[in-house]
Design a protein. Structure first.
Length: 337
């Protein structure tokens, strides 16, 4: 039984037990007696608070978010997870009979294309590079030589992808007010990220944000904010610490023996651990910078985006008034569900 269904059954059982408990109290006049026939009056005081709070939820928005979250999970788990795996497996199989230089060229091209797709993570690209480059190159360069080439090439592809994401995607959209509004460039968090990414060289906050946050949203945002490409690429250079163990994990899969399979899993787990640390550090430094320099965010505001966001808030308020769950009727409930 899945965790979600287990918690759902537990909540239903809890409601039934609370109803029976309060019904017996009201019947026998024992404990806390709550008069009234409303549904919340038939529950114990402990559960009545939660029941009332749930009833007051904006259920239209809740159901919309449930649909979006379900769609996102389906896209990531099925569309991206399975699709990237199948694509990279086909590429690895197709490169089995080509020359080593051609393997490098194809890996760079395929890696760049995948990096430009929003939902595709970088780790499968690094693992596939370690597997295919090491397998094809160890005959001439040896295992360590081919592994070094795979690590270096994976790192360079990552940095080149950062530059392309920022210039081709974010940079070209930086003048579109609707895109800038969608990116929430006037929000305190984005203004804080703007300040951090605008720092020169390597700082703890800048490196943490570029290391821990997924590259596509942060690099496209940097392009929308019209930040220096060189400084963003320079701040992304420490990502080699994440690329290296991921590539090593793929390279170890090409070797025979259970010990190498175990070592591959350890390398991949270490890479995931570094990614988690980077993300936690990014959250910490963004929160710290926002607390220290929050009032300065007004200097980074954009009036055109402010006007567009104000119009969007009015449209959102009107839409909410039309789809308000608590003032709707059965036909509207059916349409919303």
């Amino acid at each position: 039984v899945s965790t979600q269904s287990t918690w759902g059954v537990f909540f239903i059982v809890l409601l039934v037990l609370s109803f029976l408990n309060q019904s017996l109290r009201n019947c026998w006049r024992v404990g806390t007696v709550v008069p009234g026939h409303a549904p919340e009056h038939r529950l114990t005081s402990a559960l009545r608070v939660h029941y009332t709070a749930v009833r007051l939820w904006p259920w239209t928005g809740v159901l919309q978010k449930v649909v979006w979250i379900g769609t996102f999970i389906l896209l990531i788990n099925v569309g991206v997870g399975k699709g990237v795996t199948v694509l990279l497996s086909s590429v690895i199989k197709g490169l089995a009979s080509v020359t080593f230089p051609m393997v490098l060229v194809v890996y760079v091209l395929v890696g760049l294309v995948l990096f430009l797709l929003p939902p595709v993570p970088g780790v499968p690209i690094y693992v596939a590079g370690g597997l295919v480059i090491t397998s094809q190159g160890q005959a001439t360069l040896g295992f360590l030589g081919a592994l070094s080439v795979a690590m270096l090439l994976g790192w360079l592809v990552k940095l080149l992808a950062v530059a392309l994401q920022q210039t081709l995607l974010g940079g070209r959209l930086s003048s579109v007010s609707s895109v800038r509004s969608l990116a929430a460039i006037n929000s305190p968090v984005v203004c804080t990220i703007h300040r951090i990414l605008a720092q020169k060289g390597w700082t703890k906050a800048k490196v943490s944000v570029l290391f821990g946050v997924p590259d596509w949203p942060i690099c496209v945002l940097a392009g929308i904010l019209q930040l220096s490409v060189f400084q963003v690429v320079l701040g992304s250079a420490p990502v080699f610490l994440l690329v290296a163990p991921s590539v090593a994990s793929g390279a170890l899969l090409a070797r025979q023996g259970e010990q190498w399979t175990g070592a591959s899993s350890v390398a991949l787990a270490f890479s995931s651990f570094l990614q988690m640390l980077g993300m936690l550090a990014a959250f910490h430094y963004v929160e710290q910078d926002e607390a220290e320099h929050g009032p300065l965010t007004n200097a980074l505001r954009h009036l055109a985006v402010d006007a567009l966001e104000a119009e969007g808030r009015r449209a959102t308020a009107y839409r909410k008034s039309l789809t308000d769950w608590h003032s709707s009727h059965i036909p509207m409930y059916s349409a919303l569900i």
